[in-house]
Design a protein around this ligand. Structure first.
Ligand SMILES: NC(=O)c1ccc[n+]([C@@H]2O[C@H](COP(=O)([O-])OP(=O)(O)OC[C@H]3O[C@@H](n4cnc5c(N)ncnc54)[C@H](OP(=O)(O)O)[C@@H]3O)[C@@H](O)[C@H]2O)c1
Length: 387
C-alpha cells in the first residue's frame, strides 16, 4: 500500500533528499503535504511535480504566490498551517525536516494526531524529549530517527533481545572541518571555512553545529531519549571517513556497526520505508578499493567544549537542554551574520546555560519560556560584543 507522507521543510537539505526518495519509490510513497519557510521559488516547482493536497508557507503573501501558480493545491500560512500539515488525517507519516526548535510543535501535532514521525529535527528531542516521548507513548505511534547515526544504531539494535544486552552506544562523528586545526587556527575561522564540511552537504545551521561539534552534543541527547540509554553509556568516537555511521557494543563484547556511503537518502529511506524491507535504490555504493582505511580517535573536548556542555545539560535535564539549544541557535545565526567569532558561539551558549535557573514544571509552556529567555539572553550577550 502507498504510504502517504507529509514533508515539512521540503526546500531544505533533508527535505530535498526525501523528495529524491519519493521520486525513487513512486509506488510506495505519496507526498500529501509539504512546507517551506523562505524559499518559495524552490517550493513551487516541487508542488507542481508532487501535487500534494496541502502546502504550508510562512506568510500570507507567500500563500498568494503559491495559490496563483498552483491553483490545484490548498495553501495555509503561519504556525497554524504547519501544524495542520503535520496532523493531516490522510497522512500516515510526518517527515519533520524543519531546523531548530521551530519543529517542536509540528512533531507534537503529528504524534497527538496518531501519525508516525520520521524525525530529522533533532532539536525537537533535545528541547522537549520527555514531552515528545510521552506523546508518542499515549498515541501509540513511532518516532523513527533520520539522523544517520541514530538510524545506524536503530539498525544495529535489531539484534538486541532486551535493553540490558546493550553495553554502550558509539556515536561516530567526522570531526568536522576543524578536526586537525589548532586552537589558534580556530580564532581566524571564517563563515565559509565553517560551512565547508568534509564529508556531508547540509543546511547552514547543522553545518556550523558540525564545525563546533555541538551537533554531536545534540545527537548524544537525541540518542539518550530515542534509545533510553544513560549518558554514561553513550560515547563519541571521531571517525573522519564517515563510513561507519555508528555502532552498538553489547554486553558479550560484540560490536555491531552500520556502514555505507555518506548519503542521507539511505537513512531517510530507512525511516520512511524501512518497515517494508530493503527496497532497491541506486544511491552511490561504497567503493571498498577507495576506502583505504577506517580510523578512530577520541574527541578533543578542550578544543570542542560543546561536547562537555551538551553532556552536562543532558544530565541536568529540566529546561537546560532547551536553553542550550535555543542559545546555540541564536549564536550560530549571529556567527553566520558576522556578528561574533567562531569560538564565541559555544562561549555564549555556556554563559547562557550558567545563568539559567531551571523552571519548576516541565510542560510545553515552561520549555518555550526557557527557550525565549535563552534567545534574549544570548542576544544581549551578542549585542554587548559589538563586532
Ligand atoms: N542536512 C543533513 O544532512 C542533516 C542530517 C541529519 C540531521 N539533520 C537535521 O535535519 C533538520 C533539517 O536540516 P537541513 O540541513 O535540512 O536544514 P535546511 O537545509 O536549513 O532546511 C531547513 C528547512 O526548514 C525550513 N525552515 C527553516 N526555518 C523555519 C521556521 N522557523 N519555520 C518553518 N520552517 C523553517 C526551511 O525552509 P526554507 O528553506 O524555505 O527557508 C527548510 O525547508 C535539522 O534539525 C538538522 O539538524 C540534517
Amino acid at each position: 500500500m502507498t504510504r502517504k507522507v507529509t514533508i515539512l521543510g521540503a526546500t531544505g537539505s533533508i527535505g530535498q533528499q526525501a523528495l529524491d526518495v519519493a521520486r525513487a519509490h513512486p509506488e510506495e510513497l505519496q507526498v500529501v503535504a509539504m512546507s517551506a519557510h523562505t524559499r518559495i521559488e524552490q517550493l513551487i516547482p516541487l508542488v507542481q511535480e508532487f501535487r500534494p493536497r496541502f502546502v504550508a508557507v510562512h506568510t500570507v503573501e507567500q500563500a498568494r504566490v503559491v495559490r496563483a501558480q498552483c491553483p490545484f493545491v490548498e495553501v495555509g500560512f503561519g504556525e497554524e498551517a504547519l501544524q495542520d500539515a503535520a496532523s493531516l488525517t490522510e497522512s500516515s507519516m510526518l517527515l519533520n525536516a524543519l531546523v531548530g526548535a521551530a519543529g517542536i510543535r509540528s512533531t507534537l501535532a503529528a504524534l497527538q494526531a496518531g501519525i508516525d514521525v520520521a524525525l530529522a529535527n533533532k532539536e525537537t528531542l533535545v528541547a522537549a524529549g520527555d514531552l515528545v516521548l510521552d506523546a508518542a507513548r499515549v498515541a501509540k505511534v513511532k518516532i523513527l530517527p533520520v539522523d544517520s547515526e541514530h538510524s545506524a544504531i536503530t539498525q544495529c539494535l535489531q539484534d538486541a533481545h532486551s535493553p540490558t544486552d546493550v553495553e554502550k552506544l558509539l556515536l561516530t562523528a567526522s570531526g568536522g572541518p576543524f578536526r586537525t586545526a589548532s586552537k589558534a587556527d580556530l580564532l581566524r575561522v571564517t563563515v565559509q571555512d565553517a560551512l565547508a564540511h568534509p564529508t556531508w552537504t547540509m543546511g547552514a545551521k547543522i553545518s556550523i553545529d558540525s564545525a563546533t561539534l555541538m551537533n554531536k552534543g545534540l545527537e548524544v541527547i537525541e540518542a539518550h531519549f530515542l534509545f533510553d540509554v544513560p549518558y554514561s553509556d553513550i560515547e563519541i568516537l571521531i571517525h573522519p571517513q564517515s563510513i561507519i555511521h555508528s555502532m552498538v557494543q553489547f554486553r558479550d563484547g560484540a560490536v555491531l556497526a552500520q556502514l555505507g556511503s555518506p548519503d542521507m537518502r539511505i537513512p531517510i529511506q530507512y525511516a520512511l520505508l524501512g518497515d517494508q524491507g530493503r527496497l532497491a535504490a541506486n544511491w552511490k555504493r561504497l567503493n571498498w578499493s577507495e576506502v583505504s582505511q577506517l580510523t578512530f580517535e577520541l574527541p578533543d573536548i578542550e578544543k570542542f567544549p560543546a561536547i562537555s556542555l551538551a553532556y552536562e545539560c543532558g544530565i541536568a535535564q529540566k529546561t537546560y537542554p532547551a536553553v542550550m539549544n535555543a542559545a546555540n541557535e541564536t549564536a550560530v545565526y549571529a556567527f553566520l551574520a558576522g556578528h561574533i567569532h567562531f569560538l564565541e558561539i559555544v562561549e555564549i551558549v555556556r554563559r547562557v546555560v550558567e545563568a539559567h535557573q531551571a523552571e519548576v514544571g516541565m510542560g510545553l509552556d515552561e520549555i518555550f519560556a526557557a527557550d525565549r529567555w535563552a534567545r534574549e539572553t544570548a542576544q544581549s550577550l551578542i549585542a554587548k560584543r559589538g563586532l
